[in-house]
Design a protein around this ligand. Sequence first.
Ligand code: NAP
Ligand code: ZN
Ligand code: ZN
Length: 359
Amino acid sequence: MTTSHKSPAYAAQSATTPLAHATIDRRDPGPTDVQFEILFCGVCHSDLHTARGEWPGITFPVVPGHEILGRVTKVGAKVKNFKPGDLAATGCMVDSCRTCDHCKSGLEQFCTAPATFTYNSPDPHFPGKMTYGGYAKTITVDEHFVLRVPENLDPAGAAPLLCAGITTYSPLKHWKCDEKRPDGQPKKVGIVGLGGLGHMGLKFAHAFGCRTVLFTTSPGKADDARRLGADEVVISRDEDAMAKHAGSFDFILNTVAASHNLDAYTNLLRVDGTLCLVGVPENPHPSPQVFPLIFGRRRIAGSLIGGIPETQEMLDFCGKHNITCDIEMIDIKDINTAYDCMLKSDVKYRFVIDMATLA
Ligand code: NAP
Ligand code: ZN
Ligand code: ZN
């Protein structure tokens, strides 16, 4: 029988109620589980979409948070890689079937079972209940879904790597942005939106040696974008500035959290170029035009976080290159205000909750 303990948390009781104090049950560690005290939790725009009921299939109450970093407090008897006192982290998934083709190839996010996401998934350990995320004091996760954080990284700045980091690293790697073009030139990569995901996309594309262009609706972010690795900044509402880049990009990663016209970006791709969507807006984008796609064999694709082996690879890459997120630390009581700032694109560039402020 699963035994459990109580953990303080912050929950949304409905789509229209602000997040507030709650108490949740967490299971005590089973043989392969790691329990940790959460030190920091990043604030992803997906947390906001979920807490405010913007996506279908949300069951309240919701405890958001999937950029979770903490210190191990207990481990089960069969846990091999973690011991009390270690730094540990968990991202968007806490379980999957481990037997389907996708799980076996390290793409647990595409598990056919499907994967158990860190929040708002049916919780196999508490039948009838949903999983609760990282806006909480403790969490218990199967070792397979616990990541090692390089000790040289600032832990608060490392927490958002668990979603913002892997969600941008994975598509940049999948579309081989870390490799040169056949003519030996670096790939030309665009990042759309300078928020939590976008600023990490910029850092990775720069670290991979790409020629990087940041598309933003916020002229005030241009200097930061250059500091974060952009070779060029384009204000996406300036049609002339956009037209100068027509037909030139190998890859564009679109992180925008709101519905917008995608043709503006498909037109900027080279032949065989890819526009990859990672933003999941509440309302659909207008249907893209067919002409820019067929004249150029261009693609619109999507990408979902990344598997566990690649998430560890990304963390190790960040350790080696000393890459963390640019964060604004907040107290848990300020989470609702932080959401309002995110909606105004006013965050530099990821809010992280100092979980010591959760009593
Ligand atoms: P964020 O920090 O709020 O950044 C989103 C950025 O989009 C803003 O900073 C802004 O950049 C731009 N933007 C916002 N409204 C816009 C509008 N109306 N038109 C054009 N640009 C706009 O959000 P995030 O945490 O990076 O998340 C971004 C999206 O990715 C969310 O929808 C989230 O749910 C999704 N997501 C997907 C995955 C996945 O696996 N696919 C994983 C995590 C998150 P500028 O100010 O520079 O224009
Ligand atoms: Zn996220
Ligand atoms: Zn599976």
